[in-house]
Structure formats: structure tokens, C-alpha cells
Design a protein around this ligand. Structure first.
Ligand SMILES: Nc1ncnc2c1ncn2[C@@H]1O[C@H](COP(=O)(O)OP(=O)(O)OP(=O)(O)O)[C@@H](O)[C@H]1O
Length: 312
């Protein structure tokens, strides 16, 4: 059996009278990248802040490497690196000065500080900016420095709260690559409200909505789960809806305009081929046919109806 680095049991938190998260349970295995997906306000930051001991939960238990975050927090925190949503950077320090400061905060023995700083800078690709003020770095490089402070003490679990937020597309790709590299050696959990981001980076996914875990499984299981169940077709010479609804495999047809339809089906690939063939035979003048991807809102709505499995 694989030993898990983190175990969260019955985690709930409320701010004042309103609950931000309710009864969150999951475990994180030793390696790989896990995505925590949820829309804005779903409860991701609250969960991560509690996981890292920044916020005290109202209810529940967080254990890191067998140490309780509440009763044995120093031992637990040694095993975790954390990049909060707003990276805790000192803009008027150079990269090297800042990381040296973080190394001391992380209780790295003084003689090992310099090598730890250079190792983290090298891993995060910021060595050439060692002597540059953080204020003068681009957003992408600031985020790399934020990640460097999260790994400087060689934690076993790295927690990154929306690490690509506010970055441009190239910077996003670079930070994703860095996250994957770190995930080869350590357990990484990162949060995002962008589904393709999690799909591109993670082997496992946990989805949180309205403070509750609505999905927890592998990325493959998730992708299978969200297989589309509708097609958009544009037929310039469309037959009536009744005729379209009689086609084998079609479960429902919605008219979006005179010539555009959403066709719900039970077996998409076969139906798409059948529609194309029928369009040619009956001269329906098909201009477009495409599978409709579920929006994140639709997926959350579907998953919220489903009982949660919190393994993975
Ligand atoms: N300090 C606070 N005081 C009161 N309510 C809060 C506080 N922090 C968060 N909340 C509320 O708790 C809920 C969960 O917020 P949280 O920041 O954990 O969500 P999130 O998924 O991280 O969202 P985002 O992506 O927007 O940061 C939200 O309704 C939010 O308004």
C-alpha cells in the first residue's frame, strides 16, 4: 500500500456564520501533480490555507506525514512548501536575498543555506536573476521565485494556490512545465478555476464546488466522465425537428436558430457519421458539425448531483 503524505478528514470551515467548506476528505500520495479545481469562491484557498497551517479549521483533521497540523505543526510544516494566492515576495530584496531569508525562516542550517538557495534558483530557472530586485522581475519570474521559496527546504508536498493566475500565455506554459518537473520528485497540489489548466498538468483531479468535494479521481476518469453528449449542427436546408428526432441515437433536438440545432445523443461518433451521410443523401447542406464541450458550470452542476468519491 502506498503511504500518503497528507490526509484530510472531515474538514469544515466557517467565516462568521457562513460555511466556506464542508466535510472535505482526501489523501495525497507521495508523487505526482494533483489539481484542485473549483470556480471562484468554491473554497480552494480556504482548503489550502488550512492544509498549510495558515488558517485554523473549524472542524476536521489535517495530517502531514503522520503529524497533526494542529498539535504538531512544526513537524507538519517542515514537510510542506506553500505558495499562497498572493506570492509573499519582498519586492525591495534581490532574488538571492529573499530566498536566503526564506531559507533561514525554514530553519535550514546556516551552512547549507547558500547551496539550498542556488539549488532552488536553478530548479526554478531564476539563477541569472539572482542579483535582480524582485520589483524588477516580470510576473512569470516573480511566480518562479514564489515557487522557489516553496521548495527551498525540500518539502515532500508542495501546495500552490492558483500559481498561473495573472500570467501571460507563454509564462503559463513555463510555470506549468516547472510544476510538472517538481511533480516528478514530490507531491504537488495546485488550485485553478480553469479546467484545461488542470487537464494539461495533472494526473489526478479533485473538484470543489460550494465548499463541497464533488469529484475526486484520475484525470482519465474525469475525461471519460465529461464525454460530450450533444452536437451542434448547421443545416442550411434543414428538415423539421420531428424528422431529426426520429434519427437513431438522437434523444432530443433543440432549435438554436432556423438552421442551427443542438442534437442530444446516446452514441456520438456513430451519430455524427450518420448525420453527415444523411445530409448528403437528403441535401440538407450541412455547414457545421461539432461536438459540444460541457462548460465548467455544466460539469459542476452534473457532478453536484452525484455522490462524492474521495479516493485518488
Ligand atoms: N476571510 C474571509 N472572511 C469571510 N469570508 C471569506 C473569507 N475568505 C473567504 N471567504 C469566503 O469563503 C468562500 C470560499 O472562499 P475561498 O477564497 O476559499 O474560495 P476560492 O475557491 O479560493 O476562490 P477564489 O478562486 O476566488 O480565490 C467564499 O464565499 C469567500 O467569499
Amino acid at each position: 500500500m502506498t503511504e500518503n503524505i497528507m490526509k484530510i478528514t472531515g474538514l469544515s470551515h466557517r467565516y462568521g456564520a457562513s460555511w466556506a467548506i464542508r466535510d472535505i476528505n482526501f489523501e495525497i500520495s507521495q508523487h505526482g501533480v494533483l489539481g484542485l479545481l473549483g470556480s471562484n469562491g468554491a473554497g480552494k484557498s480556504t482548503t489550502m490555507n488550512i492544509m498549510c497551517g495558515v488558517l485554523n479549521q473549524t472542524e476536521g483533521v489535517v495530517e502531514v506525514g503522520g503529524h497533526s497540523m494542529q498539535t504538531d505543526s512544526i513537524a507538519a510544516k517542515k514537510l510542506i512548501g506553500f505558495l499562497p494566492q498572493n506570492a509573499p515576495l519582498y519586492l525591495d530584496l534581490t532574488v538571492k536575498e529573499y530566498l536566503t531569508h526564506c531559507a533561514h525562516l525554514r530553519l535550514i542550517p546556516p551552512r547549507q543555506v547558500t547551496s539550498a538557495v542556488y539549488k532552488a534558483m536553478s530548479k526554478c530557472g531564476v539563477t541569472h536573476f539572482a542579483n535582480r530586485l524582485i520589483a524588477n522581475l516580470s510576473g512569470g519570474y516573480r511566480q518562479r521565485v514564489g515557487i522557489a521559496q516553496a521548495i527551498i527546504h525540500e518539502p515532500r508536498l508542495v501546495v500552490l494556490d492558483e500559481p498561473t493566475n495573472g500570467l501571460d500565455p507563454n509564462q503559463i506554459l513555463e510555470v506549468r512545465k516547472l510544476i510538472k518537473e517538481i511533480g516528478e520528485e514530490k507531491a504537488v497540489i495546485f488550485s485553478s478555476h480553469i479546467l484545461p489548466e488542470v487537464q494539461a498538468t495533472c494526473s489526478h483531479i479533485k473538484m470543489i464546488e460550494n465548499g463541497r468535494m464533488v469529484f475526486a479521481d484520475s484525470m482519465d476518469a474525469f475525461n471519460n466522465y465529461i464525454v460530450p453528449d450533444s452536437l451542434i449542427v448547421n443545416l442550411k436546408n434543414a428538415p423539421g425537428i420531428e424528422l431529426l428526432e426520429r434519427i437513431e441515437g438522437v434523444t432530443k433536438v433543440e432549435a438554436l436558430s432556423d438552421d442551427r440545432f443542438r442534437i442530444h445523443f446516446s452514441n456520438g461518433q456513430e451519430l455524427a457519421e450518420r448525420l453527415i451521410a444523411m445530409s448528403v443523401t437528403h441535401n440538407w447542406r450541412m455547414q457545421e458539425i461539432s461536438f459540444e464541450k460541457s462548460s465548467l458550470d455544466q460539469i459542476f452542476a452534473q457532478l453536484s448531483q452525484k455522490p462524492t468519491s474521495a479516493t485518488a
